[in-house]
Ligand binder design. Structure first.
Ligand code: ADP
Length: 333
């Protein structure tokens, strides 16, 4: 009886200049007494797109004044051929060089040690360092294509794809946004990831056009921010937090990690707060972000990074710190 009104309401929901009837996303609508169930199928059901759709569809139907106490249920599924990854989490920072890739690497390996199936997607076009951190040599990179589907490279139990696989050592990657988006789409949708519990994405630092394309392309569950404690790093993180919180992106930030928090004094073994004490912790309170933990600045972290061995496999003190941080990340999901 009110089918026509519902159709009209759905026509009023416009995403990417098309109404959602035209876009072919609506697969089925079930009507019962005072319940409407709408089933949609999208190729990229990113969390923010899902939320936006649910909000706009509900609002548009309620505007039609069909019934006072109508119950609307909306189910959105992916039409991707490849099995969806359960949790896609991005590691981000305001600045480069604060340890984002080191943290992405060691969180990924910690998740493997906890028994999860893990992938790592290195989307840092400005400095794709994941191949080095996992000791993946140029000559071993064969992303065998089968029917156009790529296979990631496995190292230390983590399935890895990196933008760095497409450039030779020392070669700059000068791609514009659409090219990056195209490659990422292939990484996400045309790659044989198998069953993954987690896909960790190493994002490029900063805010910009490329970030917007990345964030719109990747269906993220959340972001983990990384920063050091000095003002200069925090002012850039502030901008990144602002970007993740703008309405059209709106990805939940799971928390923030303070890297290079302290060094141990050689003489007394006391902690010295090189970049300032509690800078990130205080910032997290101000910005209403969950503080996920602190990682010291240790020579051994840098050394194992350079050797291409995730430090959590070699040092118990750091292994325990990453275990705490990773548990915090999972709890925040
Ligand atoms: P980003 O991804 O933010 O650019 P990286 O993870 O590449 O930063 O780290 C930059 C450098 O700092 C690397 O050489 C890395 O080994 C080193 N590094 C990162 N975190 C630490 C730490 N906690 N202690 C010592 N060295 C670190």
């Amino acid at each position: 009886m009110y089918e026509k009104k519902i159709e009209k309401a759905l026509e009023n929901v416009i995403i990417d200049n098309k109404n959602i009837i035209e876009s072919g996303w609506i697969k089925k609508i079930d009507f019962s007494k005072n319940k409407i169930k709408i089933y949609l199928c999208l190729s990229n059901p990113a969390m923010h797109i899902k939320n936006k759709l649910i909000k706009e569809i509900t609002h548009s139907i309620k505007n039609q004044n069909i019934l006072d106490t109508i119950c609307i249920k909306i189910e959105i599924k992916s039409d991707r051929k490849i099995k969806p990854v359960k949790n896609i989490i991005a590691i981000a920072s305001g600045k480069g060089g604060v340890g984002k890739s080191t943290i992405a690497t060691n969180i990924a390996v910690t998740l493997v040690q906890m028994g999860f199936h893990v992938g790592l997607l290195d989307a840092d076009i400005y400095g794709p360092s994941i191949p080095l951190m996992f000791n993946i040599k140029e000559e071993s990179i064969k992303l065998q294509h089968k029917n156009g589907i790529m296979n990631p490279i496995t190292s230390y139990g983590v399935k890895i794809l990196s933008i760095g696989f497409f450039s030779k050592y020392g070669q700059a990657i000068v791609w514009r946004g659409p090219m990056v988006t195209k490659v990422l789409r292939q990484f996400l949708h045309e790659t044989n990831w198998g069953e993954l519990d987690f896909l960790i994405v190493d994002l490029p630092p900063g805010t910009g056009d490329i970030h917007l394309s990345l964030l719109q392309e990747i269906p993220l569950k959340g972001i983990v921010m990384v920063s050091t404690s000095q003002k200069i790093a925090l002012s850039d993180v502030n901008r990144s937090v602002g970007m993740f919180r703008i309405k059209s992106i709106c990805v939940p930030i799971l928390g923030i990690i303070e890297n290079m928090s302290y060094v141990f004094s050689k003489k007394t073994q006391e902690k010295c707060f090189f970049f300032g004490k509690n800078g990130v912790k205080n910032f997290s309170k101000e910005m209403n972000l969950f503080f996920m933990g602190e990682i010291p600045m240790l020579q051994t972290i840098r050394e194992y990074s350079d050797l291409g061995i995730p430090v959590v496999l070699k040092n118990e003190y750091i292994r325990n710190i990453f275990l705490e941080i990773t548990k915090n990340m999972i709890n925040q999901l």
